[in-house]
Design a protein around this ligand. Structure first.
Ligand code: IPE
Ligand code: IPE
Ligand code: MG
Length: 252
């Protein structure tokens, strides 16, 4: 009942257009309860479902979820395999719900590293949901910011080398246009669950002016009410983008 009140306090005219989430704490949540880390990942999927549904319902335009980082490939093989299996199950199971909720799915990251069949299923789902007009759900899979920035540098260098781009014409927009988030606005709000205060190689270019929100709540316990808390906190902030508070107020 309590979260219904919070929902009412949220100013729907000042919603963050893009929320990015570092979904952390699955393993610790499970281990604290004496369960295998995998159970934490499974329960984390329930949170994903809940947060996707809530975001769509209140009118968030973009939701980016950090699901698997480049560095996560270095986890014990058992855990990597379990996460990949879970991903496949989720992709197969969520298709109908994504369509029913008008959600468009995109991915960012080096999905070439995924098993061929997983990549094919993901691509099918991306195609199937491509005309949906509600929430755009961006899954960061096998993603890291350093990987993305390195790829951008290679692509821009190739353009310069072939003569189709002048060094003098490279702008911030050029850089943005060669990142995997091209055409996606920068996140307004970054949420990290699980109690750590770090970015862990996530969207380093795109988060330049995002509001940061950290919570100790482990991802498997992060649900609708917690998202409202984060949005309410965001709505109390003044985003100055380098200007003075006075400038920002008079521009409104
Ligand atoms: C986040 O939870 C999920 C992934 C990184 C895949 P973790 O698995 O990192 O859980 P903790 O941080 O070890 O508790
Ligand atoms: C960040 O969590 C990556 C994801 C949530 C997918 P990690 O658990 O991998 O981050 P570190 O290792 O604690 O920085
Ligand atoms: Mg972690």
């Amino acid at each position: 009942m309590r979260y219904k009140l919070k929902e009412k306090q949220i100013d729907l005219t000042k919603l963050p257009a893009h929320i990015a989430i570092i979904m952390d704490g699955n393993g610790r949540w499970a281990q604290k309860k004496g369960m295998h880390r995998y159970i934490g990942h499974q329960e984390g999927v329930v949170s994903v479902r809940n947060i996707v549904e809530t975001s769509g319902k209140i009118g968030i335009k973009y939701l980016t979820l950090y699901a698997f980082s480049t560095e996560n490939w270095n986890r014990p093989q058992d855990e990597v395999n379990a996460l990949l299996m879970l991903m496949v199950t989720v992709i197969q199971k969520e298709s109908a719900d994504l369509m029913a909720n008008n959600v468009r799915l995109l991915t960012i990251g080096d999905t070439e590293r995924l098993p061929e069949s997983t990549r094919a299923e993901l691509n099918d789902l991306i195609k199937k949901t491509s005309s949906n007009t509600g929430l755009t759900l961006v899954l960061a899979i096998s993603y890291s910011s350093r990987w993305e920035i390195t790829e951008m540098a290679k692509k821009i260098a190739a353009k310069v080398k072939e003569g189709s781009l002048e060094i003098a014409d490279i702008t911030e927009n050029t850089v943005s246009g060669y990142l995997s988030t091209k055409n996606i606005p920068d996140p307004d709000l970054l949420i990290r669950t699980g109690g750590e205060y770090r970015i862990s190689n996530f969207l380093m270019w795109q988060l330049s002016y995002s509001e940061l929100y950290f919570t100790d709540v482990y991802w498997p316990e992060f649900r609708e009410e917690n998202l409202y808390d984060a949005i309410l906190d965001y709505q109390k902030r003044e985003r100055r983008f380098g200007k003075t508070g006075e400038q920002v107020k008079t521009q409104l």
